[in-house]
Design a protein around this ligand. Structure first.
Ligand code: NAD
Ligand code: MLT
Length: 528
């Protein structure tokens, strides 16, 4: 495992409990590309840029997971990781309080000019007039991005008697009310706030959200704080707004370029307070982020469910235990369906139907079914990239959900539509009363009760005497033991299905022999 940014000793110690850890800080991109292929996991903070080239080189080798010991993943090309099936995990909650406290420290420092007053006195001056401040009490704080950190900032600012307004198009009025903030429009925040603090991720939508036009719309003498990400504020527009007195002061912990270039005008402006990306720099946050990420990476490498996946469908921690058998089942149904594909026919569409309790958390079940399905045709597919892979292969994927149940408490079906017009459908369930036993209960409408196991011989035949016996004899003569047998039909004398679970591989010659048995229509060996 490779660690390329400073990580707390506790985190390193935790990682060393399950893997060899190589610490290589300050690597250039070319150097990282050179060595990444030999590692299963890469752990970074915000310093290392994990670009597509790095991920591609890693995925060509052993790389399975990238752990970000912190929140922001803007230094990682997450789409490239998803495409390559590399899981990205982060530690989104570990530094929330530290970042919120830093923001409050910045707001206070900005309202009372503490850094410059401190520097002035240390330089031998006694200038009480110059550093006249403003109270926070009764002022309006505008929060842009009312997520984890925004909410904690709101709580603390309220204790100072501030009125909280917030802009966040992805949160609800109720959630804002619980936090004690009024949800308003972006324009309202700009027009009404005495202090504006940003707490969004850096995305295409938030890039330069506070630009020249936004500064124009703000109150005269507004104070602006950024402890989220450089790039959310247009730095030159901010410098202009400060120089013309529109903005009374700014406090910045993050910059578009880190460290900022000495030419960055903002650094030298007296009413701009700066810190070198210290939001999460507390002993508590560093320890917590490092330990969380070590645990996440360990889980990921052991194939266990992770709590903070960035590029995998989310499932609440408590749901993992309940969902585990369903995830295994969905992958097996997907794989079984794929192995029944008519030869050489192109897959056009997959329809996944969920009934009963399986109609919850379908995103992750679909990812798992697609992983099981696509692994029969392409390599390198996993639960992270399954959907992207399906799209790339031109397969349309749709989901249907219903809470209603018919025969079973839950049912999942995968229907495969191929170019030749065939529809192949496999359905399964979990028998909770039998210790969460998975069962395939229908294939192409034939009702069966088969346990999905390693080798399954699926024979379609005409329901007449002297079919089952000869098939079993052929297998017996080859020393292939039949472990279970299921027969299903829609009507006597019509088409029927026989599912034989066998204890070993069945070679092509044996399958050809079975195919020659009178009234056998088709035979497929399925390997799960
Ligand atoms: P979060 O995901 O909990 O919250 C982000 C919020 O922003 C969400 O509520 C989301 O709905 C909102 N949002 C997204 N797009 C928006 C838009 N266009 N306009 C308005 N709101 C929008 O994240 P968080 O943990 O609160 O972190 C917030 C930011 O702080 C991130 O950028 C993170 O990287 C950064 N951060 C910085 C430090 C530091 O050291 N300075 C430490 C921790 C986190
Ligand atoms: C984060 O996104 O978690 C912060 O920027 C902190 C960090 O990078 O250490």
């Amino acid at each position: 495992m490779l660690v390329t940014d400073p990580l707390s000793d506790d985190g390193i110690e935790r990682l060393r409990k399950f893997a060899d850890v190589h610490i290589r800080e300050g690597l250039k991109e070319e150097e990282l590309i050179e060595i990444i292929r030999s590692y299963d996991a890469l752990i970074v903070r915000s310093g290392t840029k994990v670009a597509a080239d790095v991920i591609e080189a890693g995925a060509d080798g052993r790389l399975k997971v990238i752990g970000r010991a912190g929140v922001g993943v803007d230094n990682i090309d997450v789409s490239a990781a998803t495409e390559k099936g590399v899981l990205v995990v982060n530690a989104p909650e570990a530094n929330t309080i530290s970042a919120a406290e830093h923001t409050i420290a910045m707001i206070l420092a900005l309202s009372r000019w503490i850094p410059s007053a401190n520097a002035s006195l240390k330089a031998g001056k006694w200038n009480r007039k110059k550093y006249m401040g403003v109270e926070l009490n009764g002022k309006t704080l505008g929060i842009i991005g009312l997520g984890r950190i925004g909410a904690e900032v709101a709580k603390r600012a309220k204790a100072f008697g501030m009125r909280i307004i917030a802009y966040d198009p992805y949160t609800s009025v109720e959630k804002a009310r619980e936090i004690g903030a009024s949800l308003v429009s972006f324009d309202d925040v700009l027009r009404r706030a005495d202090f504006i603090t940003v707490h969004t991720p850096l995305t295409d939508e938030t890039y330069h959200l506070l630009n020249a036009d936004a500064f124009d719309r703000m109150k005269e003498g507004v104070r602006v704080i950024n402890c989220a990400r450089g790039g959310i504020i247009d730095e030159s527009a901010l410098a202009d707004a400060i120089k013309r007195g529109k903005v009374a002061g700014a406090a910045l912990d993050v910059f578009e370029e880190e460290p900022p270039s000495p030419e960055n005008e903002l650094i030298s402006l007296e009413n701009v307070i700066v810190t070198p990306h210290l939001g999460a720099s507390t002993e508590e946050a560093q320890r917590a982020s490092a330990i969380v990420i070590a645990e996440e990476v360990e889980r990921a490498l052991k194939g266990e469910p992770v709590r903070y996946a960035v590029n995998m469908p989310y499932l609440e921690e408590e749901r993992w235990d309940v969902m585990k058998p369903y995830l295994t089942l969905s992958s097996k149904i997907g794989s079984l369906c794929a192995q029944l594909k008519p030869k050489l026919s192109r897959i056009m569409r997959l329809e996944l139907t969920y009934e009963g309790i399986m109609s919850e958390d379908t995103k992750i079940l679909t990812a798992s079914a697609l992983q099981g399905f696509l692994s029969n045709f392409v390599s390198g597919v996993n639960i992270v990239n399954a959907e992207v892979m399906a799209r790339k292969m031109g397969i349309k994927v749709s989901e249907r959900r219903t809470k209603d149940v018919d025969m079973f408490k839950s049912l999942m079906s995968v229907s495969m539509h191929t170019e030749d017009g065939t529809v192949t459908e496999v359905s399964g369930t979990i028998f909770e009363d039998l210790g969460d036993e998975p069962r395939i209960v229908k294939i192409n409408g034939y009702r069966i009760d088969a346990v999905p196991e390693e080798y399954m011989l699926i024979c379609f035949f005409i329901d007449r005497p002297r079919v089952i016996g000869p098939v079993c004899t052929i297998l017996g003569d080859k020393g292939i033991n039949i472990a279970r047998m299921q027969v299903g039909r829609k009507e006597p004398g019509g088409e029927a299905i026989m599912v034989l679970n066998v204890d070993s591989q069945v070679d092509d010659a044996t399958i050809a022999e079975i195919r020659n048995v009178k009234n056998i229509v088709d035979v497929k060996l399925v390997k799960l």
